[in-house]
Design a protein around this ligand. Structure first.
Ligand code: GLP
Length: 248
């Protein structure tokens, strides 16, 4: 695990964007695993800027997203498809046909999830998987539990996650209670993983993921078993690691 300790959200975003851009330059037809949430917004902003400056092209890039809320249509302003369109896809030259986000309206979730995994496997897995992290250590929507789920699956969101995501909805009751999430098989199959976190409220989750025991009670801790993980955090998200004497 390589850890980049950055000054603040902006520096974290720039560093993460540099790593993603390097992947695209190195492998223009790469398969990117993409994430949503406040954390990657800044990195996407840098990538869009660099595209607009002619420094980067997404022409041959392909993508699969980690997750989507069950019940939200692609044009719902809180759906993750909408997020990707407004933060990245809509501003760069990526071919929309090459972008995949789980279908929150699927009528056959099991078949959909199986097909999603089959697609990722058929591509030889993701080249670079971008991840944020939940306050409870979740990645994608792999919530803490008694075991790691390997396949793409439908998840019941925890109260902690519903609370954390309520800020994006008119009321807490409007937050979907379920999501479709890539499982640990696809995440751990990625050739490289880029985990980003910003802010004090992520400090425990980052500390647990990096230094804690590997356990489904902190889902991101499984990344300790991955051979190529880059963690990019700001000072606030690093603070508990710093308090534990961890050097980066
Ligand atoms: C959400 C998403 C995750 C994201 C996490 C943190 O629930 N499913 O993919 O990493 O929570 O979100 P944020 O970056 O907004 O803090």
């Amino acid at each position: 695990m390589r850890i980049y300790r950055e000054k603040d959200y902006e520096a974290m975003s720039r560093r993460a964007a540099q790593i993603i851009a390097a992947e695209i330059v190195h492998n223009p037809a790469c398969l990117l695993g993409l994430a949503t949430g406040s954390t990657p917004e800044g990195a996407y902003r840098y990538l869009v800027d660099w595209y607009k400056q002619g420094l980067l092209s997404f022409k041959n890039v392909r993508s699969v997203n980690l997750d989507e809320y069950v019940g939200l249509a692609p044009d719902h302003d809180q759906s993750y498809r909408y997020f990707m369109q407004s933060n990245l896809f809509g501003h760069v030259d990526i071919n929309p046909a090459n972008t995949r986000v789980p279908d929150g309206l699927t009528l056959d979730a099991k078949a959909f999830c199986d097909e999603y995994d089959a697609f990722i496997r058929a591509q030889g897995y993701v080249d670079l998987q971008l991840l944020g992290i939940g306050r409870n250590g979740h990645i994608g929507f792999n919530e803490p539990g008694g075991f790691f789920v390997k396949e793409t699956h439908v998840v019941d969101l925890t109260e902690s996650t519903i609370d954390a995501n309520a800020r994006f909805f008119a009321s807490r009751d409007d937050v979907p209670k379920q999501a479709i999430s890539m499982g640990m098989g696809a995440i751990m199959g990625a050739k490289k993983v880029l985990l980003c976190a910003s802010g004090e409220e992520k400090a425990d989750a980052i500390c647990g993921s990096v230094l804690g025991s590997i356990s489904p009670s902190c889902p991101a801790s499984i990344l300790q078993l991955h051979p190529d993980v880059i963690v990019v955090v700001d000072e606030a998200a690093f603070s508990k690691l710093a308090a534990a004497g961890f050097q980066a």
